[in-house]
Design a protein around this ligand. Structure first.
Ligand SMILES: C[S@@+](CC[C@H](N)C(=O)[O-])C[C@H]1O[C@@H](n2cnc3c(N)ncnc32)[C@H](O)[C@@H]1O
Length: 229
């Protein structure tokens, strides 16, 4: 059987490599379905649902699933976010979307999310909003990963529900406590664009005389971390 690994970018490999062994996974917003195909080929899960809100991506997903002869193991489903989950699943993947959209998808089905062992989330931006929401709602960060493609750094977060109390400080939603304490090699490159974005916000606030001291504090803390990398 053909192996999908050659088609996988570093970002997609990072996602597939960080799913724990499980029975059934849902890949929400699957598009091409490369991730569930890879998980089935590598024996990480026994069956998968490849889901998407749009019909077009599911046509591509079905074509790929057929190409790799996985029609009996991967079911496609059209629907919005976690609404499609109606079977027992131990893992969900939500990847390649913005952090605000991902947060909204989880918020609208929070009880379903709490019943899943592992949530593998790869947000394209606004991870601070995602981390804050998840930690405020009893989820714990099991681990985080970073990978590079060209100049871009991609982040992955593995969450699990533990009903814990959140003790993060505001700047840690941006810096990631996990990545800092594990001295991730890509941390500097990951934080630099965030510092630039915060600097742009601060410049705008100075112009309108509407300065938020919290943002300045977060930016200063990120600079301290980068200086220490
Ligand atoms: C950029 S693609 C990412 C595909 C793949 N997950 C990846 O990481 O490469 C985003 C996909 O999410 C789908 N999507 C957007 N909003 C969604 C929602 N509310 N529910 C399910 N899928 C959604 C889009 O149709 C699109 O196929």
């Amino acid at each position: 059987m053909k192996n999908i690994n050659k088609k996988m970018s570093n970002r997609l490999k990072m996602i597939a490599e960080n799913v724990s062994n499980c029975t059934t996974i849902y890949d929400i917003g699957t598009d091409h379905a490369y991730v569930p195909i890879s998980l089935l080929q590598n024996g990480v899960c026994i069956s998968a649902f490849a889901t998407d809100v749009k019909e077009g991506p599911l046509i591509i997903a079905k074509k790929n699933i057929k190409k790799y002869h996985l029609e009996e193991k991967i079911t496609t489903k059209q629907g919005d976010g976690l609404d499609v989950i109606d079977e027992n699943s131990d893992c969900i993947i939500i990847a390649g979307m913005g952090g605000i959209l991902i947060t909204e998808l989880i918020k609208s089905n929070i009880e379903k999310a709490r019943n899943i062992n592992q949530l593998v989330i790869q947000a394209m931006n606004a991870e601070e909003i995602l981390r804050k929401f998840m930690l405020n709602n009893g989820f714990t960060i099991e681990f985080e990963k970073l990978t590079q493609e060209g100049n871009k750094i991609y982040n992955l977060i593995s969450f699990t529900y533990t009903n814990s109390i959140n003790n993060y400080l505001e700047y840690e939603y941006y810096s990631s406590r996990y990545l800092v304490s594990n001295h991730n090699q890509l941390l500097r490159k990951y934080l630099q664009p965030k510092i630039k974005r915060l600097n742009d916000i601060i410049k705008g606030q100075v112009l309108t005389n509407n300065i938020d001291k919290n943002i300045i504090h977060v930016k200063n803390k990120l600079e301290e971390i980068v200086d220490g990398c």
